[in-house]
Ligand binder design. Structure first.
Ligand code: CP
Ligand code: NVA
Length: 333
C-alpha cells in the first residue's frame, strides 16, 4: 500500500512502521537531489508553521526555518522566553490556540508528555524537535547519512557509546530495531536504557531481523561495528553538578582510535552535534579548567578524521526535516 502520512504527528519513531520510516528517508534523498539541482520546491506556499524552542538549538532551528522557506511556508520562532507556554498558559490551551493559526507546530523542550499533549489538542501535525526522551527528526537524518556512506541500513551494526538512557540513545535503539539493524549500547550499566524500552525494542528488532545488545565491554561493543555513534555526556536541561560523575563513569566510553581499532575498516563516526572534542567552546574550557580534560565524548583526532561524517549528518537535518513537513502536510499526495 502506498504510504500517506498526511495529517500525522511526528513525535517518536515507535509510532511509525519500518515502511513509513523508509519512505521518509527516500523522500529526503529525493528532496535533497532536487534542492542541489536548484528546483523550485515552493509547493506549500501560503502555509505557516510555529517553531517552539524551550531549549536552545542551532541545527534543528535552522533546518526547520530553511526547509519551511524552501517549501514556501512562513515561520514563527518562539524562543525559550518568547511565549506564555507552561508559565501563563497550559500546553492544552496553547495547542488549541496555535492549531487555529498554524498548519503545523514544531516543539523542542523537556518531557515527551508535553509534545504528546500538544499533538493531542492542536489538530495540526506536531513535530518533535527533541525532548528528554526522544529526538526523532535527528533519526531520519542519521539513517539517510548511513545509507549514503554505507549503501544500506539493514544488518548494519551501530554502536552507541556514552549516555545511552537519554534522547539520542533511546531514539537510535528504536530506529535500529525498526530498520533491522544491530544496535549496541556500549556503556556503564548505570547508563543503559530503561528495561521496558529495551524489551519493546527487542521485540521490534526480532520482527525486522535486527538485535539489541547492552554491554560495558568496549572491545565487544565495537567489534565489527559499521557505525560508532556518541553524544554529549551532559544534555541540555541537566544540572552542572552531574559533570563530575559523568566524566568519572563515561570516560572509558570516549570514542577514540582504540574504539575504532575493533570496528570494521570501513566504519564511520557519527554524532548529532554539538560535540566537545576541543577547547573551542565555553563549556569545553570550563570542564578543562575543573577536570583537566581537553576532549570529552570524542577525541579531536576521530572527530576530524576521514571516518567522521558529522557535517553530512548536520546537512541532512535540513533535507530530512523538509521531508517530514512535506509528507505530514500532504505535499506528496
Ligand atoms: N543535533 C541537534 O539537534 O542540534 P541542535 O541542538 O543544534 O538543534
Ligand atoms: N542529548 C543532547 C542532544 C542534543 C542534540 C541533549 O539533549 O542536549
Amino acid at each position: 500500500m502506498a504510504v500517506n502520512l498526511t495529517g500525522r504527528n511526528f513525535l517518536k519513531l515507535l509510532d511509525y512502521t519500518p515502511e513509513e520510516i523508509t519512505y521518509l528517508i527516500d523522500l529526503s534523498a529525493k528532496l535533497k537531489a532536487e534542492k542541489k539541482a536548484h528546483k523550485n520546491q515552493k509547493v506549500l506556499e501560503g502555509r505557516n508553521v510555529a517553531l517552539i524552542f524551550e531549549k536552545t538549538s542551532t541545527r534543528t532551528r535552522c533546518s526547520f526555518e530553511t526547509a519551511a522557506h524552501d517549501l514556501g511556508m512562513g515561520t514563527t520562532y518562539l524562543d525559550p522566553t518568547g511565549s506564555q507556554i507552561g508559565k501563563k498558559e497550559s500546553i492544552k490551551d496553547t495547542a488549541r490556540v496555535l492549531g487555529r493559526i498554524y498548519d503545523g507546530i514544531e516543539y523542542r523542550g523537556f518531557g515527551q508528555d508535553i509534545v504528546e499533549e500538544l499533538a493531542k489538542y492542536s489538530g495540526v501535525p506536531v513535530w518533535n524537535g527533541l525532548t528528554n526522551e526522544f529526538h526523532p527528526t535527528q533519526m531520519i537524518a542519521d539513517m539517510l547519512t548511513i545509507k549514503e556512506h554505507l549503501g544500506g541500513l539493514k544488518g548494519k551494526k551501530l554502536t552507541y557509546m556514552g549516555d545511552a538512557r537519554y534522547n539520542m540513545g533511546n531514539s537510535l535503539m528504536v530506529t535500529c530495531a525498526k530498520l533491522g539493524m544491530h544496535y549496541v549500547a556500549c556503556t556503564d550499566p548505570k547508563y543503559f536504557p530503561k528495561e521496558d524500552l529495551v524489551e519493546k525494542c527487542r521485540a521490534i528488532a526480532a520482527e525486522n531481523g535486527g538485535s539489541i545488545t547492552l554491554t560495558a565491554d568496549v572491545s565487544e561493543g565495537c567489534k565489527d561495528a559499521d557505525v560508532i555513534y556518541t553524544d554529549v555526556w551532559v544534555s541540555m536541561g541537566e544540572p552542572d553538578e552531574v559533570w563530575k560523575e559523568r566524566i568519572d563513569t563515561l570516560s572509558p566510553y570516549q570514542v577514540n582510535e582504540k574504539a575504532f581499532s575493533y570496528a570494521k575498516d570501513t566504519a564511520i563516526f557519527m554524532h548529532c552535534l554539538p560535540a566537545f572534542h576541543d577547547l573551542e567552546t565555553g563549556i569545553g574550557k570550563k570542564v578543562y579548567e575543573k577536570f583537566g580534560l581537553s576532549e570529552l565524548e570524542v577525541t579531536d583526532q576521530v572527530f576530524e578524521s576521514q571516518r567522521s561524517v558529522v557535517f553530512d549528518e548536520a546537512e541532512n537535518r535540513m533535507h530530512t526535516i523538509k521531508a517530514i513537513m512535506y509528507a505530514t502536510l500532504g505535499a506528496d499526495q
